[in-house]
Each structure stands twice: as C-alpha cells, then as structure tokens.
Unconditional design. Structure first.
Length: 397
C-alpha cells in the first residue's frame, strides 16, 4: 500500500489578518488532492522544537482537516500561532529543552550560536512531509530559501503589512492595514481639530514606506518614508501652512517607523531578535517635538502599529489570501516547488523565492512620491495596475 502524501503548513513572523484564510484554503484544497495536512505551530520553531514520533507533538504539531479549520477564516491572527525563530542563528537559551548538550554541540556555529538547519531537515523527513507551505515575510522566507536549496519541496506565500517582499506587488495584510489606518486617522481628526494640533501618526515600515505612502494616498495626508530623508525645516513650514489653511485648524503627517530627516538619526534599543532587528526610537515622538520647537504649534504623536494587524481581514485581503492558497496548491498539484506565489503587473502569478541578499523591496520614489510636498503622486496613473505597483513580466520558468 502507498502512504498518504502529506503537506506541512506554517506561519512565521508578525501576524496579519488573512493568515487563517490561507490555512483553511490550503486544507480544503489539499483534501481534494488527496493530501494529509500537518499544521506546524509557532513558525519555524515547530520544526526545531517539535519532536516527531508515533503521535504528533501536541505543543507544535497537529493534524488539520475540514472540521477543525471550518471557521478559522472568520477571525484574524494565525490559528497556528507564530514566532520569529531563525533556525540558522539560535542562541543557547532558545535551544529545544530536550536537546542534550552533547547533541547541541554538533550544531554550534559560533559563540553561543547554533545552526539547527540539519535538525529541521531531520524533522521534515521524520514527519513524512512531501511539501511545505511557508507563509511569511522576508525573514521567514529567507529560511524557506535555505530549505529549498537543501532539496525540500516548498511553496511560499508572502504576507506583511509593510508590503515589501521582493518579487510581488502585494502581500497579505497590506490592505487591511491601510483600511484600518485610514479609519483611525479619520477618527482622530476630531480631537486634533478640537485642540488645533498637529498630529504625527507613526506606522509600520522599518525599511520601506509602502504603508505610510498608501495611507497618505487614501487620507490625502503628508507622509514620510525611509527611502527619502526629508528636510525638517521645510516639513515644519508646510505643516504649519496646512494647519493655517484648514478651517478646523489642524494638520497631520504619517511617518513610517524608519523615516528620518536629513542629518538626523534615531537610535535603536533592546535586544536584537533572531533576524538581527532591534526597536527604533519612536520617530513620531521625536518629530512632534521638533515641529513644536520650530513652529510653536502643539504637536502630538500617535501610534498606528499593532492595532493595524489585529482583528479580521478586510474583503481584499481575504480574497487574496484564499487565491494565493489555491495558486500554491495548483503549483503543488503540478509538481512545482521553490516558488513563491505573487502578484505581478496586477496578475496572480508565481516567482522565485526572494533572495535574502536583496533585502526588502522599496518605494520607487521618483514614480510614486512627491519629495517636495511630502505626498503620494496622484497623476499619471493611466495604464497602471490596480495597486499602482507594477513589476516586470512574471517569472514562471
């Protein structure tokens, strides 16, 4: 008798709305194709810490079927949970508690640093995974690229509110983040107007300004992006002019977390995560003080970050999530692997896994951003794809 083929699915990095729609759609389509599905909990940690055996480790692995995934798409977050585990660079304190010291020594790659890639490969083999579906952003998919290079049949699905994964114009979570940011800003207009203040809204975007740019697009606001250091004095003058010309006597600016003014710098603090990222000092707080000092106008900082990834997906994110999952399953049915589902030139497609050396995708400043007025460019859109972020022709070879 031949054994039932098996697919593993995991979510890594930050949660976003729409992940559960991917998981459910993978499960439903897999059952049609005759695959058994194993949900890998807590991202890559599930493949470093979970212990394969006769029964699945309940802390890290569980069978997925139509019954237990039937309603998960009605909520946000990820039903499989997530982590920022990087199996290639794991500190001693993060190693699996069941791993003996002598065995751990085999994976040592530096001072208090371990590469558990061989252990992950052993666990994938022990679980009998014929395919792996990895859902994540740049960090999660960088390890997916490692596994693919080691011969693991794998298909990736991009997700991140920053919308900055290389090779695709759209990542799951982006639309919901923009929709929610617009709602929050529009609500806070009344408070800004009541007190005649300038509002500085901080939004996700350490390296790329897509979230700030598109939120500014739909709120007709000013925005600051990491790709272009800004003239602080010019910004202060424009913001003061906006407030003066507004009958409600307020103005606002949307700042990506990685935005900075010319000659300025923002320190980082805290311990670096598994992928080397540390927290940045809040640019909105620093900028509100600089604007107050230059204009004499009261300015307040407001955080638009974690609320944007909470709750259920909007209809666009849910549609994209379901479609990405089904495109991934089409690839699996055709025997393709080492691919990432994508949107390219406005079309559903697939491409190579992102090259970690390229880093995050960035805003095309010349095409999309008015550096003089700190605004998105609204003109010249005839012939552009729906989301205005066209890419070269899809790579399907």
């Amino acid at each position: 008798m031949t054994r039932t083929r098996r697919i593993g699915v995991l979510t890594g990095g930050g949660d976003v709305p729409g992940l559960n729609s991917v998981i459910k759609s993978v499960v439903y389509r897999s059952t049609e194709l005759g695959y058994d599905v194993v949900g890998i909990r807590r991202g890559w940690e599930g493949l470093t810490h979970g212990r394969p055996g006769p029964d699945l480790d309940p802390d890290y692995l569980r069978h997925l079927d139509r019954a237990n995934t039937r309603t998960i798409d009605r909520t946000g977050g990820t039903w499989l949970h997530t982590s920022r585990t990087n199996p290639r660079k794991m500190r001693g304190k993060s190693l699996p508690p069941w791993l003996p010291a002598a065995a751990a020594a085999r994976y040592a790659s530096g001072e208090d640093l371990y590469d558990l890639t061989p252990l992950v490969l052993e666990h994938i083999e022990a679980l009998g995974l014929d395919y792996l579906v990895a859902i994540g952003g740049d960090d999660t998919l960088s390890f997916a690229e490692v596994l693919s290079g080691r011969g693991i049949p794998l298909v990736a699905i991009p997700k991140t509110m920053d919308n900055d994964v290389q090779g695709t114009e759209y990542c799951i979570g982006f639309s919901t983040a923009i929709t929610r940011a617009k709602e929050l800003i529009n609500r806070q207009r009344t408070t800004l107007g009541s007190h005649e203040r300038v509002g500085i809204f901080r939004i996700f975007g350490r390296d790329a300004g897509f979230s700030a740019l598109f939120t500014a697009y739909v709120t007709s606001g000013r925005c600051l992006i990491p790709e272009h250091p800004f003239d602080l004095d010019r910004l202060a003058a424009i913001v003061a002019e906006d407030r003066r010309n507004n009958p409600s006597r307020y103005a606002f600016v949307i700042a990506a977390e990685g935005a900075i003014w010319e000659g300025g710098s923002l320190t980082e603090y805290g311990e670096a995560d598994a992928y080397g990222h540390r927290h940045k000092v809040n640019v909105a707080e620093a900028l509100s003080e600089e604007i107050r000092r230059r204009t004499g106008i009261e300015a307040v900082a407001s955080e638009l970050t974690y609320d944007l990834r909470s709750g259920e997906a909007d209809s666009l994110d849910q549609m994209v999530a379901m479609t990405f999952a089904n495109v991934a399953m089409d690839l699996i049915a055709d025997g393709a692997h080492g691919r990432m589902v994508a949107i390219r030139d406005g079309h559903y497609s697939h491409t190579t896994l992102p090259d970690p050396e390229l880093g995050p995708r960035s805003v095309d400043v010349e095409r999309l951003y008015d550096v003089e007025r700190f605004r998105p460019k609204y003109s010249g859109k005839l012939g552009e794809p729906l989301l205005l972020l066209g890419t070269p022709a899809a790579v399907v070879g």
